[in-house]
Design a protein around this ligand. Structure first.
Ligand code: DUR
Ligand code: ZN
Length: 359
């Protein structure tokens, strides 16, 4: 397969090895799908601003995204007798800025994120989709196969992380958008546009027998696509503190936990007041607990919140604003049964008000 690569942005300095890996990942997909040498795909790295415009124009979604796949619409490409010299698959547009951010959020870095997004997008161009659960599973498997070929699979990653940094969290999955809101395919001109939402495969699909019930709970549920020791630890601590919730009025107990860069965990529960408006949520208590111990903005890497809700527990607006102040990149919304959804701060509170706005 021929790859036409161009780096059309200045915001991120893209290392040579990242581009090499990206190409390897794409070639792995090509090999697995037996694409010929005459197949051509173009890959362009852009900044958030550019992908935002594309996302708005083609999908009507007014925000940046990680990757857009522009498939050439076969029907509009006249087939010449004897077939075309080259078969153009389409364009892959990746936001380098978002790749940096997501690589950091998931803990696996820019290079892997870039490769993942490229592989995911190429699979879209080949007709894969993740509109429903079955399609999603198939696509995931294809991604893993390709990533395995270049030793960047989830499994490879888990192993290297265990070796280097046993407590390091690799946030494996994010699918913040609820099922019904999954991507729409928009058509405009000859381009068909789809977008990749990050969903990585569950780290351990096979059941491990020596696993505590806790872990089983986390892994089996529908929305959590991966788990690791750190999330389990946060979850357990949040549930424990939740027991201390002071909730004479709502009787609704909430627990939260935050993780700092240095590995400390602070927890909180909701504390109500007869003057109702003075009630403070579990999330803010956890963040303020950390602050009281000297933790400053940028030093919290993750917040988890859990209550006995049907779906996962979603933080209120006030807490979101405080999360923005502390620049917490990853928020895990859970319920006591262990359902979980992981979202970025940007998803929870877009266009947030920051000190920089008045400084
Ligand atoms: O994310 C949330 C939502 C609500 N609450 C608390 C506040 C109040 O005590 C009770 C009912 O709103 O739940 C939290 O702690 N966190
Ligand atoms: Zn709140």
């Amino acid at each position: 397969m021929k790859i036409i690569f161009s780096d059309d942005q200045d915001e991120v300095k893209v290392p040579k090895e990242a581009v090499a890996l990206l190409k390897q990942g794409l070639q792995a997909v090509a090999k697995l799908h037996k694409l010929s040498a005459k197949t051509e795909v173009s890959v362009s790295l852009v900044n958030d601003e550019v992908i935002h415009v594309l996302n708005k124009d083609y999908r009507g979604i007014d925000r940046p995204t990680d990757v857009l796949s522009f498939a050439l619409d076969e029907a509009e490409e006249p087939q010449e007798i004897g077939g075309p010299e080259t078969h153009l698959l389409g364009d892959i547009i990746i936001s380098a800025e978002t790749a940096v951010r997501q690589g950091r959020e998931y803990g696996h870095g820019f290079n892997r994120e870039l490769v993942y997004l490229g592989v995911h997008s190429l699979l879209h161009l080949l007709g894969y989709d993740h509109m429903n659960k079955d399609d999603k599973a198939v696509m995931r498997e294809e991604e893993e196969k390709a990533l395995q070929m270049i030793h960047l699979s989830q499994a490879d990653l888990d192993r290297s992380e265990e070796k280097d940094d046993p407590d390091h969290f690799a946030l494996a999955v994010v699918d913040a958008e609820p099922e019904k809101k999954t991507e729409k395919t928009a058509k405009s001109g000859k381009h068909k546009v789809t977008s990749a939402k990050k969903i990585k495969p569950v780290k351990n699909r096979k059941k491990s027998d020596n696993n505590a019930k806790e872990g089983e709970k986390l892994m089996g549920r529908k929305d959590i696509k991966a788990t690791d020791k750190t999330i389990k630890k946060l979850f357990k601590k949040a549930l424990k503190t939740r027991e201390n919730a002071y909730v004479p009025f709502s009787k609704f107990k909430v627990g939260a936990a935050v993780l700092t860069k240095s590995g400390d965990i602070f927890t909180g529960c909701n504390v109500e007041n007869s003057s109702f408006g003075l009630t403070v949520c579990a999330e803010r208590v956890a963040m303020f607990n950390a602050a009281a111990a000297g933790v400053r903005p940028g030093e919290i890497t993750m917040l988890l919140v859990a209550a006995d809700t049907e779906d996962v527990t979603s933080p209120c607006g006030a807490c979101r604003q405080v999360m923005a102040e502390f620049e917490i990149p990853v928020i895990v919304m859970a319920n006591v049964r262990g359902d979980m959804k992981t979202v970025s701060l940007e998803e929870l509170l877009p266009f947030s008000f920051k000190a920089a706005d008045f400084a």
